[in-house]
Design a protein around this ligand. Structure first.
Ligand code: ADP
Ligand code: MG
Length: 211
């Protein structure tokens, strides 16, 4: 049963994501200054700092509660497009895990697939629109494929990180068709998408803290 993750591990994941966002806050904002309004790092840092504060004031009792609080805090503290999108992702994770106390690789893949679908429904973007989906989508697909192949969770998560990183790089030449960057039209090409960059930190945090 080494390949299951419990509330402690999932809590570590959220905190590690917050730490990576804090560490890369300026970089995320710089990416957003090229094709947006220079606030993605500030937005995500504000949101994840508030998340850590709420987790510290009262520890959640089960994974669904951890994700629900994370999602609700992001929705209420992040003003930009990323707040509702990340918020929806975590709220979908909460609904998908239900009463489970421990999650295996399959559960994690299902949970992240539901999160991805939530972002699609909320933001109506498709692959290639130069959004967070272009890193998150390939990551979820890689995770699902590795789990289906019977890979241990650590290797499956590493494959997801590599897919996210490749997807993130592929946003550079893309012309944005959703979000503020789309206002720039062709001029949005040549810059890495901020949301694809932050979501890669979410996947990277999973790989280092869940196993
Ligand atoms: P805002 O654009 O409101 O300033 P942020 O700067 O925090 O919000 O977030 C920008 C990121 O949000 C983009 O880099 C992109 O990845 C993501 N994004 C914007 N619109 C959408 C959408 N409709 N679907 C998916 N992701 C989106
Ligand atoms: Mg912005």
């Amino acid at each position: 049963m080494a390949d299951t993750v419990d509330l402690t591990a999932l809590d570590r994941w959220i905190r590690e994501f917050a730490r990576l966002i804090a560490e890369h806050k300026e970089m995320l904002t710089e990416l957003d200054s090229a094709i947006g309004d220079a606030d993605h790092g500030i937005n995500m840092h504000r949101g994840m700092t508030a998340v850590v504060t709420t987790l510290e004031s009262e520890s959640p009792g089960r994974p669904s509660e951890l994700f629900k609080r994370t999602g609700m805090t992001l929705v209420s503290t992040v003003g930009g497009a990323s707040g509702p999108l990340y918020g929806t992702a975590f709220l979908r994770m909460s609904a998908t895990v239900g009463d489970a106390e421990e999650l295996d690789g399959n559960d994690l893949a299902k949970m992240l697939r539901a999160a991805l679908e939530g972002v699609v429904q909320r933001g109506k973007a498709v692959p290639g629109d130069k959004t967070m989906l272009d890193a998150f989508g390939p990551a979820v697909e890689a995770l699902e494929a590795a789990i289906a192949d019977g890979e241990p969770l650590a290797r499956a998560l590493d494959a997801a990180v590599r897919a996210a990183e490749e997807g993130r790089a592929k946003t550079i030449p893309m012309v944005a068709r959703k979000g503020r960057a789309s206002y720039l039209g062709e001029r949005s090409a040549g810059h890495q998408d901020p949301g694809a960059t932050s979501v890669t930190f979410l996947v990277a945090a999973a790989a280092t803290s869940l196993v």
